[in-house]
Design a protein. Structure first.
Length: 294
């Protein structure tokens, strides 16, 4: 009976994993209604979406371990009970129990870490979608919006969450989605205070995102100048979905809530781009962002 139950369990595991692999293989050979090589523009949070998908696929290894671990422990315990006796059996049982407990603790901790990492990835992905939706009114005013723009050089790649190109210039937006703390000290729990140099959160001060936004805007400005031959300023913006930003000073990076971005972009008169300039920069960004395949 023991071996019958063990064999049935292993067969169920094999059928489950084999069925999953078969579905993935068959799905890859389906005839799709799209043109061969058709590529779409990246949507908001595309990099995070891909990381989340890869993270979930990697979690299959942990699921497999969770399926195999009880089987392995059962086999070892069965061998101990049937082949050993006396003190040797006792010590073997204790060693097996300790090994099983350690393996289970490691597996549970690993699974919980995966769940927490997936939550953080999804939080960031949702935050970028919130910002993208706030930028929609700019399209009616003649601006183009690109999301998750691939940037950097091989070995040092990154992405710019949102880039706006239009009559009022080019804007590079870095989105930071941070959870709000249940505790604060001195001001509202949903407020971020920006004095031009640092950001004050309810739990303390830091420069979370300021340097990154400035660095990415400078990279994009250099790239546009190199590929179009025109020097076009790129203004860095930093936004925090779900937060209220209190500005008490001006700095090189504009910090604001997503809903405030359209008014700032549309009202900026420091740079005016002609339609041909907008078209050249848009073509550059389109070429970088059009890499989403079925």
């Amino acid at each position: 009976m023991h071996w019958f139950i063990l064999g049935g369990y292993l067969l169920a595991c094999v059928l489950f994993l084999g069925g999953t692999a078969l579905l993935r293989v068959r799905g890859g050979h389906d005839r799709q209604p799209f043109a061969v090589g058709q590529r779409l523009l990246r949507g908001p949070g595309e990099s995070l979406r891909r990381r989340l998908q890869a993270h979930r696929q990697a979690g299959l290894a942990d699921i497999l371990a969770a399926l195999v671990l009880p089987v392995a422990a059962s086999v070892v315990l069965f061998q101990i009970v049937t082949r050993l006796d006396g003190a040797g059996q006792t010590w073997a049982l204790l060693a097996t129990a300790c090994a099983l407990a350690a393996a289970l603790a490691f597996l549970v901790r690993r699974l919980l870490a995966r769940v927490n990492h997936a939550r953080n990835l999804y939080l960031g992905h949702f935050g970028e979608r919130v910002v993208a939706e706030a930028l929609e009114p700019l399209k009616a005013a003649g601006h183009l919006v690109f999301h998750d723009v691939p940037a950097g050089e091989p070995g040092d790649a990154f992405n710019i969450d949102h880039v706006i190109v239009g009559p009022s210039g080019v804007f590079a937006i870095e989105t930071k989605t941070r959870r709000q703390s249940p505790r604060g000290s001195g001001f509202m729990l949903h407020e971020i205070i920006h004095d031009g140099q640092v950001l004050a959160f309810p739990w303390g001060e830091d420069r979370h995102g300021l340097d990154q936004a400035l660095r990415q805007a400078r990279w994009l400005q250099e790239r546009i100048a190199r590929e179009t031959g025109a020097s076009t300023p790129v203004r860095p913006l930093l936004t925090f979905p779900g937060w209220t930003v209190v500005r008490r000073g001006a700095g090189p990076v504009h910090v604001l809530a997503p809903a405030e971005i359209p008014a700032l972009v549309a009202g900026d008169q420091s740079v005016r781009l002609q339609p041909d300039q907008v078209a050249r920069i848009a073509a550059l960004l389109d070429a970088r962002c059009r890499d989403v395949e079925y």
